[in-house]
Design a protein around this ligand. Structure first.
Ligand SMILES: NC(=O)c1ccc[n+]([C@@H]2O[C@H](COP(=O)([O-])OP(=O)(O)OC[C@H]3O[C@@H](n4cnc5c(N)ncnc54)[C@H](OP(=O)(O)O)[C@@H]3O)[C@@H](O)[C@H]2O)c1
Length: 327
């Protein structure tokens, strides 16, 4: 397997988790890290063993040795960071939500096409083995026609105006940070084009949603989704059809266990696949597989899926009157 030189932009929470996975993936070279502070970049590089540390993102993208950049900055920076990488001829794996809105995403995808470069949303859930097993069960009609889906992603986060989660200028709010998972999940299992939606939100004093509840209606199916920073939830997910159900364990988007039940709620099959590292190894391997095959888009995380979710999030915010600065 060819080695791939990885670079990371941003040295926050998820960058640390991702770097742990990267260090354990065969063929992944911890090559460069870029931060707005040289000191932070150097500390990060030392912690994980990156060869190079840059004190600005602009300096990092000039490095000719990089094969792919993982963007781990807040939502509000994804557009400019992605454009910076693509303009400098670099492939991109960009954290969710990949942009603030469809306008930005359109331009990012057009730029990737123009440059012939790889672009993928870091929607790691879609690369996880138990997720793929559940999709296989549905394809094999093990639950019949899926008609009902329920998925939550809620946790309790202490209010801190300086945290990107609460900051409109960073693209804060539960919708882009959390609902992106259950929405992606619903669109994967029920289809990318719901006929109607309802969307309610509790908008906090800073102008971003602290909790939300979204229903998607299809011809013969419904998805019931909630997410937020105000309640500690179990965050399971279930998909039911006329022949049975699939239940994802707690924290459905990163769980290691899915269970298949028949139409009388008897357990039929359980699939349990523990993480090999910390769960992010699967999306990293997917990037390797795509780049080795010369692909500019992943089949597991296709652009169309990212677009379909972004359109729904735009529509939810339109109904809530929730705008980010400069929108
Ligand atoms: N896949 C997952 O499981 C997962 C989990 C958590 C978060 N995420 C996503 O990953 C992204 C980052 O989340 P995070 O929780 O890691 O955020 P975070 O801890 O706040 O870190 C973000 C990093 O981005 C850089 N940055 C650039 N411009 C910034 C600005 N204006 N304000 C603050 N930081 C800025 C900073 O790094 P430097 O100072 O080094 O430049 C900062 O450390 C988000 O898109 C989030 O949705 C994904």
């Amino acid at each position: 397997m060819n080695k791939l030189n990885w670079a990371i932009i941003g040295t926050g929470r998820i960058a640390h988790t991702f770097a742990q996975a990267l260090a354990g993936v065969e063929g992944a070279e911890l090559y460069a890290v870029g931060s707005r502070s040289l000191q932070k970049a150097q500390a990060f590089a030392e912690e994980f063993g990156f060869k190079k540390a840059y004190g600005s993102y602009d300096e990092l993208v000039k490095d000719k040795g990089i094969d792919v950049v993982y963007i781990a900055t807040p939502m509000s920076s994804h557009y400019k960071d992605t454009m910076l990488c693509l303009d400098n001829g670099l492939n991109v794996l960009c954290e969710k939500s990949v942009s603030l809105n469809m306008g930005e995403l359109d331009k990012m995808l057009a730029k990737a096409r123009e440059k012939g470069l790889f672009f993928m949303e870091a929607m790691w859930m879609k690369c996880r083995p138990v997720y793929l097993k559940a999709l296989e069960w549905v394809r094999e009609s093990r639950i019949g026609t899926p008609q009902y889906l329920k998925a939550d992603f809620c946790n309790q986060v202490k209010y801190d105006r300086s945290d990107r989660l609460f900051a409109p200028e960073c693209g804060g709010g539960a919708l882009l940070d959390l609902a992106v998972y259950p929405l992606t999940f619903a669109l994967d299992f029920l289809g990318r084009e719901p006929k109607e939606l309802t969307a309610y939100a509790h908008i906090g004093k800073d102008g971003v949603d602290l909790s939300n509840s979204i229903t998607l209606k299809y011809e013969t199916a419904f998805a019931d989704i909630s997410s937020g920073f105000e309640l500690p939830c179990i965050n399971r997910a279930v998909i039911s059809g006329d022949k049975g159900s699939i239940v994802f364990a707690d924290w459905f988007f990163c769980c290691c266990e899915v269970t298949l039940f028949d139409d009388e709620t008897n357990m039929v099959e359980k699939c349990e696949i523990p993480n090999e590292i910390n769960g992010y190894e699967y999306e990293i391997r997917e990037v390797h597989r795509c780049l080795e095959a010369g692909l500019t888009e992943s089949k597991l995380v296709p652009h169309e899926s990212t677009i379909a979710v972004m359109k729904i999030m735009d529509e939810c915010r339109r109904r809530w009157g929730m705008k980010f600065p400069n929108e």
